[in-house]
Design a protein around this ligand. Structure first.
Ligand SMILES: C[S@@+](CC[C@H](N)C(=O)[O-])C[C@H]1O[C@@H](n2cnc3c(N)ncnc32)[C@H](O)[C@@H]1O
Length: 283
């Protein structure tokens, strides 16, 4: 059923504040956000797929927020199914409204907590050709679990847009990184902290789960703290599991903290106080 301009305005008003600005098919502007919808990331991913001579038929978007990326992905030639997974009910309502006003029947949004992957079944089963994961990984307490799950549901490609840690202050299993508090905002995570791996360990995490990084764009490197990266990786036939730590000293074993437990301070933790004061000065 087509919504009247009044209905669109009323439904959007009930969901304020918005982050983005939208225009319905019938020309009604809604959402009181200040940021126009960004198309940079979907354009980048499309270019990566084309460079590799590939194609995409189905997509799952993680942390689909107000729904704009899912709808852009549905516009690619050949895409027949897009599933958006979002942890917050209010964001889901916004995405559904956006989809009704300017989206497609082939796009479906669901409320799903990505901290629960592997324990709670997906509302729509995979596999998916593309896993699109923008602005989500750095809001998770155990990002490696989502990377492992991605490799189970992903048939071809994964795109990750995320911050990574500058310093290896904490450790969980083999991964070094930093801890950040999560606050109760509509864009944050659902736990009270997130773990950001350093870039090398994020790439290691991907390779351990059968992803081969093809394009790695550190677009904010060197500009400010909390650097960010775009990684486009392809699903490989086998995982790049490590052969050991040091072939020159084959007997050496690292004692690794438990992956199931919360991250623990690493050997580098004493640097934290200095790092915090430098960050404060730079702000
Ligand atoms: C920073 S926003 C990014 C939104 C969008 N993907 C983008 O790139 O513009 C993070 C989104 O992920 C959602 N999110 C955070 N933690 C989540 C979780 N555990 N499960 C599902 N969604 C989550 C938030 O509610 C929010 O919509």
């Amino acid at each position: 059923m087509i919504m009247t301009p009044d209905e669109i305005t009323q439904r959007a008003k009930a969901l304020v504040p918005w982050h983005r600005i939208f225009v319905s098919r019938s020309g009604v502007q809604f959402g009181d956000g200040e940021v126009p919808v960004d198309t940079e990331k979907t354009t980048y991913v499309r270019e990566c797929v084309e460079e590799l001579g590939g194609s995409v038929n189905s997509v799952v978007e993680l942390g689909s927020y107000e729904g704009y990326h899912a709808i852009q992905l549905a516009e690619w030639p050949g895409v027949e199914r897009v599933v958006g997974l979002e942890g917050r009910a209010r964001n889901l309502e916004k995405a559904n409204l956006v989809n009704e006003c300017l989206g497609y029947d082939k796009v479906h949004f669901y409320q799903y907590d990505l901290e629960q992957v592997g324990r709670v079944p997906l509302p729509e089963p995979g596999p998916f050709d593309l896993v699109f994961c923008a602005g989500l990984l750095y809001h998770l307490s155990q990002p490696w679990k989502v990377v492992q799950w991605m490799s189970e549901v992903c048939a071809k490609y994964v795109f990750i847009d995320t911050h990574y840690a500058e310093l290896p202050l904490y450790q969980c299993g083999p991964y070094f990184g930093e801890l950040y508090p999560e606050i109760a905002s509509e864009t944050c995570g659902l736990k009270d902290f997130s773990f950001w791996p350093v870039l090398g360990d994020l790439l290691l995490m991907l390779m351990q789960h059968s992803f081969v990084p093809r394009f790695v764009y550190r677009y904010s490197a060197g500009h400010h703290f909390q650097p960010r990266v775009w990684i486009f990786a392809e699903k490989g036939a086998s995982s790049a599991e490590l052969n050991g730590i040091n072939p020159l000293r084959p007997g050496v074993r690292e004692i690794l903290p438990d992956l199931e437990a919360d991250p623990v301070p690493s050997l580098f933790y004493p640097l934290k106080r200095q790092a915090d004061s430098i960050k404060k000065e730079k702000k």
